[in-house]
Design a protein around this ligand. Structure first.
Ligand code: PLP
Ligand code: COI
Length: 355
């Protein structure tokens, strides 16, 4: 039956796929829930969003997304607690960042109500798709792209905003070995590195493939100018622990202002961990690895949460990180996921209940 919830039209699928999904063996982002939110931008305005069955999209071959890559996206998660209540984590930060990204790509910004009410309606319709198992969640992918036609290299006059969701398990299966990048860059001063623009990720694939061929799983991005300063870890922000101090690079127009990153900084500080937000040179990390003061490195992001690094390669040499009994990474991962999944108090007000 088709219903209208929160003024958002809902067209339900007649053939749910939920019984085909093995919720005990979920991969990351590879099966998709029954419905999606769709919202079109036409004639200078965003039209009312709708929840519709998950389906293919038909586009003209000249749609500008295909040629000029005008597209931005977000990554979020919904969690179900032991009582079946559904939670999001700092969702307004994702909404605001989507619009920051859109603005940089000359995409029209979305109204907050379309994003938030649309997302909540979608989650209610597909609430059975939100996994309850430990370590699993419903990964949420909001994205906006140029659906308008024409080969002229200028912003499109039509766009689509879609939210698709995927019940997901962990992003990485274990620790990752990384290569510190000395040639390629993911972003540059004045560029789009701070935006979640689709093209940023396409540009990372080739250097990452080269790193994988050499036996690493991810690339540590360094500044584009000198390659001397550590900036990000693949599609995550990076934290490095030297002695008992946690160091992370300051955000800039080259670095994504990660929601996990800023939450980890606050959580660590609240626990009395010394956190330094400052430029961190490759030289300092290599020296710390050599003299034994380098204790941990980890990536932080929505998909991977906190992803410990086992070692890194630089200039043809591999450096291993020590196995610690009580790494900051494990502790901070537990703190953040306990807050996200309503297992611990949330003194920061980050958790957002979906009613
Ligand atoms: N850095 C990049 C390049 C990313 O793509 C992501 C993922 O969203 C992050 C950092 C982490 O950001 P967040 O914690 O908001 O997911
Ligand atoms: C996320 O962490 O949600 C991201 O968007 C990274 C992604 C490329 C998987």
């Amino acid at each position: 039956m088709n219903t209208t919830t929160n003024a958002i039209e809902v067209i339900k699928t007649k053939a749910s796929k939920i019984n085909e999904v093995d919720f005990d063996n979920l991969k990351f982002g590879s099966v998709f829930s029954d419905h999606m939110l769709v919202c079109d931008y036409k004639d200078g305005k965003w039209e009312a969003p709708k929840v519709v069955p998950y389906q293919n999209i038909s586009l003209d071959p000249s749609a500008k997304i295909f040629h000029y890559g005008q597209s931005v996206f977000e990554g979020m998660k919904a969690y179900k607690d032991s009582e079946g209540k559904v939670w999001l984590f700092r969702p307004l930060d994702n909404f605001n960042r989507l619009n920051i990204s859109s603005k940089r790509l000359a995409i029209p910004e979305l109204p907050e109500a379309y994003f938030m009410e649309g997302l909540k309606t979608l989650l209610k319709v597909d609430s059975d798709w939100i996994p309850e198992n430990e370590g699993s969640s419903l990964y949420i992918r909001p994205f906006v792209f140029a659906s308008g036609n024409g080969f002229h290299a200028s912003p499109a006059n039509e766009y689509k905003f879609i939210i698709a969701t995927a019940p997901s398990g962990s992003y990485f299966s274990g620790k990752v070995k990384v290569l510190i990048e000395q040639k390629y860059s993911r972003s540059a001063n004045g560029g789009v590195g701070f935006a979640k623009a689709g093209g940023n990720y396409a540009g990372q694939f080739y250097p990452t493939q080269l790193a994988i061929e050499k036996g690493y799983q991810q690339v540590i991005w360094t500044d584009d100018n000198t390659h001397e300063f550590i900036e990000e870890a693949g599609a995550m922000n990076i934290f490095v622990r030297i002695n008992d101090t946690l160091i992370t690079a300051p955000t800039s127009d080259r670095i994504l202002d990660g929601i996990t990153r800023k939450s980890i900084i606050e959580l660590a500080q609240a626990e009395g961990i010394d956190v330094e937000v400052r430029k961190l040179s490759v030289h300092e990390v290599v020296e710390a690895a050599k003299n034994g003061t380098l204790k941990e490195m980890f990536g932080a992001g929505t998909a991977a949460v906190v992803s410990p690094i086992s070692g890194f390669g630089y200039n043809g040499t591999d450096y291993d990180l020590p196995e610690l009994d009580a790494p900051f990474a494990n502790h901070l991962k537990k703190r953040i996921t306990d807050i996200q999944t309503n297992k611990a108090e949330d003194p920061f007000g980050w958790r957002y209940k979906v009613d």
